[in-house]
Design a binder for this molecule. Structure first.
Ligand code: ADP
Length: 423
């Protein structure tokens, strides 16, 4: 694997257009997702996943120029996974040295109160991300491992850490503070951090660009509804509340996570069901939410079950929508004036039934969706009728692109001469 030396590396913001690209890596506990992104044009040049890392039969997929390649083979660890991914670039394309990699952008789940923006990775940054492992024991170790092996294998290129929590470091204290004993909270860093920040920030900014407005002038509720789901209230580009908390477990009902519950459910089950902490963790993170209520967590299947008359599936959908409507109401009160409600991520972008149910019977608040606009497919669009005070929009999230652009900005901040030279 050869990468252009630093002196020959093109700046993707150069006047000559899209000469450079950013390799975005998302290292999970058993998977590696990657995308080679043009940060100027915004397109994914190539993308892939390595799944079931550490299991006997791993799966590698790589998509380039409209062709998808799939292989099954053992992937021992994250080092092997990245080597495989780089091998796919060599074999199938595009050649990474030809793509002129400007930076590698790493998605990191938890930046604690330490990181409020992207940072160029050095040994100290890795130590600091590692020190946050107690806050994100399921995510940060894999993120650190991914960064370590990527720095070994792609040593010539700057690596940037982009944190899921960073956008929400701007939350006001009354939104991020839990009402528990302040000494305990301080000693153990217990507060709301918020997650999916890259997506919430991107969508709030994209709303403004699509409308030709300044983000500073808009109040937006962003509903990121993927397998994980979160809501945020964004005033003038700055978040004033979000639904996820110390971890991504709080807030909305999700694919497999409960979202908000009475914390005493945990004490109750520990005392009466004999469940230990790990079992409770698994229950609430992996066996709850839509899956726990209905047996499935993909909304396409959920709707199929509802149509077949499955009562558990119908209840799961009702619980999911009920929670979302509570958050829309709460954030309406916090914002005072809501200019836009933006739906994004897998469910938010594709599920017209959920969008209609969330916005139903809210005409008195100036919120509604138009059935035809809601049913139409497409890119970013307005789905509310013309008369509403609040625009309801669908905005496809592009987390990889946002990570790529933040990575470029972080590198340019470190080497301002390159940025100035190219405007
Ligand atoms: P994540 O990044 O959190 O894994 P995504 O944003 O990719 O999740 O969303 C995945 C979810 O989106 C799926 O579990 C499924 O429930 C939902 N989804 C995807 N396509 C559709 C669709 N056409 N209709 C309804 N839901 C969909």
């Amino acid at each position: 694997m050869s990468i252009l030396p630093a002196s020959e590396r093109p700046n993707p913001y150069s006047a000559y257009g899209a000469h450079g690209s950013v390799l975005v890596l998302n290292s999970g506990s058993s998977s590696l997702k990657y995308q080679l992104v043009n940060p100027v044009g915004g397109e994914a040049i190539a993308a892939g996943t390595v799944e079931r890392i550490g299991e006997p039969s791993g799966i590698v997929t790589h998509t380039f120029a409209g062709n998808r390649t799939r292989r099954e083979l053992e992937v021992a660890d994250h080092g092997a996974a990245l080597r495989l991914a780089l091998g796919m670039f060599d074999e199938i394309g595009p050649a990474l040295h030809g793509a002129g990699i400007y930076a590698v952008g790493h998605r990191v789940v938890h930046g604690g109160a330490e990181f409020s923006g992207p940072v160029v990775v050095d040994d100290d940054v890795i130590d600091r991300i590692e020190s946050l492992v107690p806050l994100a024991p399921l995510h940060n170790p894999a993120n650190v491992q991914g960064i370590r092996v990527a720095r070994e294998l792609l040593g010539d290129v700057p690596h940037v850490a982009v944190f899921d929590t960073a956008f929400f470091q701007a939350l006001p204290a009354e939104a991020y503070t839990y009402a528990i004993d302040r000494e305990v909270a301080r000693e153990h860093d217990v507060r709301r951090y918020g997650f999916h920040g890259t997506s919430h920030q991107y969508v709030a900014g994209k709303v403004a660009r699509v409308l030709g407005r300044r983000v500073e002038d808009l109040n937006t509720i962003v509903l990121h509804l993927g397998n994980g789901a979160s809501a945020s209230a964004v005033r003038g580009g700055v978040p004033i509340d979000t639904s996820m908390g110390l971890t991504p477990l709080e807030g909305l009902v999700m694919g497999t996570r409960s979202g908000d519950i009475d914390p005493a459910v945990v004490f109750h089950l520990a005392r009466n069901a004999g469940m230990d902490i790990d079992e409770l963790d698994t229950l609430l993170n992996k066996r709850s939410g839509v899956l726990g209520l209905s047996g499935v967590n993909d909304f396409r299947e959920l709707h199929r079950l509802v149509e077949e008359g499955d009562e558990d599936a119908a209840l799961a959908l009702d619980v999911y929508v009920h929670r979302l409507r509570k958050y829309v109401g709460a954030y309406t009160a916090l914002l005072g004036r809501v200019d836009v409600i933006a739906f994004t991520a897998g469910v938010g972008e594709n599920d017209a039934v959920v969008r209609a149910a969330v916005c139903a019977d809210l005409e008195a608040l100036g919120i509604a969706v138009d059935d035809d606009r809601n049913a139409a497919r497409g890119e970013e669009r307005i789905i509310s009728p013309d008369w509403t005070k609040t625009l309801v929009m669908v905005i496809p999230t592009m987390e990889e692109l946002a990570i790529a652009r933040q990575s470029v900005e972080a590198v340019d901040r470190l080497h301002p001469s390159a940025a100035v030279a190219t405007g």
